[in-house]
Design a protein around this ligand. Structure first.
Ligand code: GDP
Ligand code: ZN
Length: 380
């Protein structure tokens, strides 16, 4: 008989190769070109205020800080490391803090313009292969919004995938109708109908998540993203980091049990929030332009004399409904911002809850390990 191994923690020691994490020839060449003796490639899976966590060949994780040079050379925030990046890590001497020396050139970059007036780019996740947009045949269904997602995804360099969720709530015909509209919208994009709640279509979805492929999931609030993420997390322990599921750090990349990697953070999930405000303003660009022709610079486009916008309405050149919406634009944006803040609060609250679950999971694991240790004598 071979010696018995403690079985319980095997998943924590499952060897993870760089390829499992998305490594390829492109990154290998880039690494070889810059690496100094001792440096190692790593993929950033987590970002905190002070440092990053990277996964290394074999699945070990290491905390690393950004090198002073990298920091100073970065002309914009977008040139600083982000979750999803492949980097060259210098472990230094024993006892030293590991240092991120270089970012290997990104293959894709999922970003948005930072909220507000600045034009700064905020990177949400890099080296993402697939962006799955979740929608449903009901109230969320909005081809215009899907188009906006496609624009964003195309810009990132990733491939889009549409997940039509909650199909259990609709008739076959309603689902087929929605599928047809989506197909016409983006003929080259894969569309999968699923029910995250009832585990339908998930096998087909998993086929897209092959080894080393990185995915992120976006969509409006309430379409079922968290439910979907939970169905993807069939195990409660992340094989790689050994941390409980849904660790709540602001940004995170996780290795999925059935292959593939998921970048999941509130910024990515709620990306549509910002796009909505932006597109809201954008969709009234012609009126903003027309307002320059008003007699007074501070024209409220109400009863003021010489208002070019009201004139257009009176002459039937501008839809009255659209005019009223325009007058209400700032209110609408304020409402969006309020909703966004509320969601953020919910996310934080959920975070607190998850931390409790995590602590419990950890205790369970310690207990399990204790029980399965060979020759271990229980204390009780
Ligand atoms: P998120 O805001 O996109 O993360 O959405 P959630 O995952 O929180 O889901 C919002 C609500 O929709 C929850 O009550 C879920 O139980 C429900 N839901 C999610 N997926 C499905 C589905 O496939 N079918 C049905 N009937 N309900 C679902
Ligand atoms: Zn005016």
């Amino acid at each position: 008989m071979p010696a018995t191994f403690p079985r319980t923690t095997f998943s924590l020691f499952m060897p993870v190769t760089l390829q499992d994490l998305g490594w390829n020839d492109h990154f290998q060449r880039a690494f070889d070109a810059v690496a100094k003796p001792g440096w190692m490639p790593g993929r950033l899976i987590r970002e905190t205020k002070i440092n990053f966590t990277a996964l290394l060949d074999g699945g070990e994780d290491v905390d690393a800080v950004v090198s002073g040079k990298l920091w100073h050379d970065a002309a914009t925030d977008a040139e600083l490391p982000a979750v999803g990046d492949w980097v060259a890590i210098d472990p230094g001497e024993a006892g030293d803090e590991a240092v991120i020396r270089t970012i290997l050139p990104r293959q894709t970059c999922f970003s948005r313009k930072a909220p507000g007036k600045s034009s700064a780019e905020q990177v949400l996740g890099t080296n993402v292969d697939i962006v799955a947009v979740v929608t449903e045949p009901g109230t969320d269904f909005n081809p215009r919004r899907m188009e906006r997602y496609f624009t964003l995804i195309r810009r990132s360099g990733a491939s889009p995938l549409i997940l039509l969720n909650k199909t259990d709530l609709f008739s076959r015909e309603e689902v087929e109708n929605a599928m047809q509209i989506l197909r016409e919208l983006s003929p080259e994009c894969a569309i999968i109908s699923i029910s995250a709640l009832h585990n339908r279509g998930i096998t087909e979805f998993r086929k897209c998540l092959s080894k080393g492929k990185t995915i992120c999931i976006v969509g409006s609030s309430g379409v079922g993203k968290s439910t979907l993420v939970n169905t993807l997390w069939t195990g409660e322990v992340n094989e790689v980091t050994g941390k409980g599921r849904h660790t709540t750090v602001a940004r995170e990349l996780v290795l999925l049990k059935h292959g593939g990697l998921l970048i999941d953070n509130p910024g990515i999930r709620e990306i549509q929030m910002w796009t909505d405000e932006h597109t809201l303003r954008e969709s009234f660009a012609d009126l903003t332009e027309l307002a320059h022709e008003c007699k007074f610079a501070d024209c409220s486009h109400g009863k003021d004399s010489g208002c070019a916008i009201r004139k257009a309405v009176d002459e039937g050149k501008l839809d009255k409904e659209r005019y009223l919406n325009f007058l209400n634009l700032e209110n609408e944006i304020a409402r969006l911002a309020k909703r966004q803040r509320k969601r953020q609060m919910n996310v934080e609250r959920a975070g607190k809850r998850d931390r409790k679950v995590q602590a419990r999971n950890y205790e369970d694991r310690v207990e399990l390990e204790r029980r399965h240790k060979p020759n271990h004598r229980s204390h009780d």
